[in-house]
Design a protein around this ligand. Structure first.
Ligand SMILES: NC(=O)c1ccc[n+]([C@@H]2O[C@H](COP(=O)([O-])OP(=O)(O)OC[C@H]3O[C@@H](n4cnc5c(N)ncnc54)[C@H](OP(=O)(O)O)[C@@H]3O)[C@@H](O)[C@H]2O)c1
Length: 327
């Protein structure tokens, strides 16, 4: 017995055990808030954009597990179908569908919305999750800077095309996956499309600030309709989001930085919790215009409260998407 205890207390075993336990508990702590309420989503219809991987896939999986009908709206149909099959196999829910949606093309967004409206006359929750981060300067098919184009403009049009069905289905919800990065953002009123200068980090922050401004402006416009809209920060999550960020592909990042920050980062399942909370918590049925983090409301940056900028962004987004003319 004494030999056994001596062995356990030997520095060779004791220190690695203490360090491993500390890392384990730190990782657990960093997973953040969890949505633990039991809900039954049978008969409800959901759209999740960017549902083939990361936070979107975990969101779709959890909704499917709870019986919801899920439309996985993705740009790459092979990746979408692979993820859909995995979700169906894991949940045994056959009402999970993959549909093409490329948020970098206004035509694709219109085609997706028209196809959805032919298939369904209800939409309970639209989850605007898809996103790109820190891309080298690229334009969408319609000539928009890609981060603003996909993260904000694409979802702006998609949401508008689905507003009637959301109103018809009310109580219904829109969930906008933004980011804490919105706090570093400004809306570049003089050069919204980054034509004069481009910084990949600032363009991402601008697009995520646009998500929050859009949410708050839309919440006002939807007052009395029974449709709510809230935005959120999912946490720092281990997903494919950094794939376009050149620094994250370097050996320094791969072999030093990523392992070093691993204990501080959420798994995709943990990263999806605030989205699932915003989409499903029965207590949020009438809650609108808020921003959540770790499954609770959180204040937004002062720039996100600027109503004048919110209106400017709204009007520009209408012009860019051709809304206001035809819709
Ligand atoms: N991960 C984090 O730490 C973090 C932190 C704050 C906020 N967020 C936000 O969380 C959301 C989800 O990101 P994630 O971390 O899960 O990243 P991810 O793993 O890279 O997933 C992003 C999803 O968006 C899709 N997407 C990208 N461009 C698209 C387009 N043009 N049309 C349609 N879908 C497109 C991707 O499709 P493909 O697979 O085909 O490219 C993928 O399904 C994003 O809005 C992001 O800004 C993430």
């Amino acid at each position: 017995m004494c030999i056994f205890i001596d062995c356990l207390l030997s520095p060779v075993i004791l220190w690695p055990t203490i360090i491993a336990s500390a890392i384990y508990f730190l990782k657990e702590y960093m997973q953040g808030g969890k949505f633990t309420k039991v809900t039954n989503e049978t008969g409800k219809v959901f759209i999740v954009t960017g549902a083939n991987t990361g936070i979107g896939k975990e969101t779709a999986l959890e909704i499917a597990r709870r019986g919801g009908t899920v439309y996985m709206a993705c740009r790459d149909m092979n990746r979408c179908e692979k993820a859909r099959k995995e979700i169906v196999q894991e949940t045994n829910n056959q009402n999970v569908f993959s549909r093409q949606l490329d948020l970098s093309s206004l035509d694709s967004i219109r085609e997706f919305a028209a196809g959805f409206l032919k298939e369904q006359d209800k939409l309970h929750v639209l989850i605007n999750n898809a996103g790109v981060m820190r891309c080298p300067k690229t334009l969408t098919k319609d000539g928009f800077e890609i981060q603003l184009g996909v993260n904000h403009i694409g979802h702006f049009l998609l949401t508008h095309l689905l507003l009637d069905v959301l109103k018809k289905t009310a109580p219904s919800r829109i969930v906008v996956v933004s980011s804490l990065a919105h706090t570093r953002g400004t809306i570049n009123v003089k050069d919204l499309n980054s034509e004069r200068s481009y910084d990949e980090g600032l363009a991402y922050s601008q697009s995520k600030l646009a998500n929050v401004l859009f949410t708050r402006e839309l919440a006002k416009r939807l007052e009395g309709t029974g449709v709510t809209v809230n935005s959120l920060h999912p946490g720092v999550v281990s997903t494919e989001l950094a794939r376009n960020w050149a620094f994250f592909q370097t050996n320094l990042a791969k072999y030093v930085i990523r392992p070093a920050i691993w204990p501080l980062i959420k798994t995709p399942k943990s990263g999806a919790q605030t989205t699932i909370y915003a989409a499903l918590d029965p207590d949020l049925e009438k809650v609108t215009g808020l921003y959540f983090s770790d499954c609770k409301p959180k204040d937004v940056a002062p720039a996100a409260k600027d109503e004048k900028t919110g209106k400017f962004l709204w009007e520009e987004s209408e012009k860019w998407t051709g809304l206001g003319k035809s819709e």
